[in-house]
Design a protein around this ligand. Sequence first.
Ligand SMILES: [Zn+2]
Length: 82
Amino acid sequence: MLGPVSHRRIRRSIGPYLDDELGPAARAEIARHLAMCWGCNSLSESFRLVKAALRARAERQPTNMGALRLKNLAQSLALHGD
Ligand SMILES: [Zn+2]
């Protein structure tokens, strides 16, 4: 099993993973972890929903403090989760 350090490392990579900014090896590692880790998986799902909400808002309104707060919340969840 993976220790807490691995979970933190994975969670930091979830943003870039969803943005498709990782290389093939890193992407495969994250995908493998998400497939077997409920905690990181649900976090990545939350991230995905936040990103979708941000995109939807950005289309209507370029700068939005509510969206920024949502993004900060998602980031703090990723970094301090567990
Ligand atoms: Zn995990």
